[in-house]
Ligand binder design. Structure first.
Ligand code: CUA
Length: 354
């Protein structure tokens, strides 16, 4: 399932660029590069009113900027073509034509025109900023989701339930959600470009934003404030589901972990609870209550690991446990060089946490 969702894993997205074809190929590739590397993380593909306002503002600003550039370029070309001729609007009896400025050109094109354009742009931008930036009235939203930044992953809580997840959040479609952003350590920035603007998560503060999606699907988000070594690998996925699907998901996430049913998974649970894992991770329904790393109660229900760095498959999970520093150098989980006799059962157990 991990590879059919259509978003790029950053670990898999590393591409070798071949220079064959030289500049021509680079010129052909430029639009592709400028358009981003695909996946659902495109500011100009809005899926909410707020992100549509942001995209429209971008296009208005771009159109006016290019209009200005075209106008100035045309005036320069015109001046060059008319070089040496009599100044526009100057006195025909002037013995030194072209030396006196035509005042209406200077005042009109140099002051009145740009001021009018800039004031108009300000009014348009201000309208978009007000509609986008204002936190939603609490009564206008159907539910609250708390996004907590950690070095380096996103934790999501659903107040009123016991559900806690990491890296991947789920929300119902066409529903106004009060997203509360905060942090457990440094300043991060919550950003899902297709759904709304960025919102900083600041120690001791709860910043709020409206989260809304008009279409089901998977939207990629990214920490947008430099927060340390693995800032780049602080992605998130927002799964927008039908209301029924979402409610089923939330019920499952709020429940404690299932008891392991196979002998290997039971052995794995003991490895987890008696080893170092439980001092940093929580699994609700067991004695593991660590809070340094992500809550793993329903780890196996997620599609990715390490904040959308690698797919959540048996193979990658085992490699992550053995050598997480390879995938996210500097992350707080040390490499556990577990013997195969412990690693296999541990992975069996973690894979059973659906
Ligand atoms: Cu968290 Cu950048």
């Amino acid at each position: 399932m991990q590879n059919t969702l259509g978003y790029p894993f950053s670990a898999l997205a590393t591409r070798r660029t071949k220079w064959r074809g030289g500049l021509a190929a680079a010129a052909l590739l430029a639009p592709t590069l400028l358009a981003g590397c695909g996946g659902r993380q495109d500011t100009l593909d809005p899926h909410s009113h707020a992100s549509a306002d942001i995209a429209n503002l971008f296009w208005v600003m771009t159109a006016v900027a290019f209009g200005g550039l075209a106008l100035v370029t045309a005036l320069l070309v015109w001046a060059w073509v008319r070089r040496g001729t009599r100044g526009f609007g100057s006195d025909p009896d002037d013995p030194h034509p072209g030396e006196k400025p035509a005042w209406f050109v200077v005042v009109g094109m140099g002051v009145v025109f740009p001021l009018t354009v800039i004031v108009a742009l300000f009014i348009v931008a201000n309208g978009a900023i007000i509609s986008v930036t204002q936190a939603p009235a609490a009564s206008s939203t159907a539910m609250t989701v708390k996004a907590i930044g950690h070095e380096w992953y996103w934790e999501f809580r659903y107040p009123g339930t016991k559900a806690v997840t990491a890296g991947e959040m789920h929300i119902p479609v066409d529903t106004r959600i009060n997203l509360v952003g905060t942090t457990a350590d440094v300043i991060h920035s919550f950003w899902v470009p297709e759904l709304n603007r960025k919102i900083d998560t600041i120690p001791g503060r709860n910043n709020r934003i409206l989260l809304y999606a008009n279409k089901t699907g998977v939207y990629r988000g990214q920490c947008a404030e430099f927060c340390g070594l693995q800032h780049t690998h602080m992605g998130m996925l927002v799964f927008v589901q039908t209301k029924a699907q979402f409610e089923a998901w939330l019920r499952k996430q709020a429940a404690p972990a299932a008891k392991p049913t196979t002998p290997a998974a039971r052995r794995g649970e003991q490895v987890f609870l008696n080893g170092a894992c439980s001092s940093c991770h929580a699994i609700r329904g067991t004695s593991a209550r660590g809070f340094v790393g992500p809550d793993l109660t329903h780890l196996a229900s997620r599609t990715t690991l390490g904040s959308v760095t690698i797919p959540n498959s048996r193979n990658y999970l085992a490699r992550w446990i053995v050598d997480s520093q390879h995938y996210k150098p500097g992350n707080q989980m040390p490499n556990f060089h577990l013997p195969a006799s412990q690693l296999g059962p541990l992975v069996d157990y973690l894979e059973s946490l659906r």
